[in-house]
Design a binder for this molecule. Structure first.
Ligand SMILES: Cc1cc2nc3c(=O)[nH]c(=O)nc-3n(C[C@H](O)[C@H](O)[C@H](O)COP(=O)(O)OP(=O)(O)OC[C@H]3O[C@@H](n4cnc5c(N)ncnc54)[C@H](O)[C@@H]3O)c2cc1C
Length: 73
């Protein structure tokens, strides 16, 4: 069975896929072409379907915490 997986692209899709695959026991190597994560200067709307996937990946609590801190500061 395949145990090593390469994910190309560290956008929300690649990062989420890598997290979920890792949780399933796969060894994941992620490659990102960009040298830094940068904001686009726009707000982000997250659909309920996306929230469900992010919940499964185990990052929703941390995400909401970061949003709360950004609003307060
Ligand atoms: C201004 C703006 C506002 C938006 N607002 C929202 C919003 O509010 N809500 C929402 O749901 N969506 C929003 N979107 C859409 C959302 O950003 C995209 O749907 C989402 O980012 C797609 O994620 P992705 O991981 O598929 O692709 P991307 O985010 O494009 O990530 C792909 C990554 O792959 C990397 N890459 C590409 N080629 C290679 C390669 N050969 N090797 C290594 N790395 C590579 C790129 O550098 C990039 O980091 C917005 C988009 C824009 C531009």
């Amino acid at each position: 069975m395949v145990k090593d997986i390469i994910v190309i692209g560290g956008g929300i899709g690649g990062l989420t896929a890598a997290l979920l695959l890792q949780k399933k026991g796969f060894s994941v190597r992620l490659y990102e072409a960009g040298s830094a994560i940068k904001g686009e200067g726009a707000g982000i709307g997250i659909g309920s379907n996306a929230i469900k996937v992010l919940q499964e990946a185990g990052v929703v609590k941390e995400l909401f915490q970061q949003v709360r801190e950004a609003i307060v500061s």
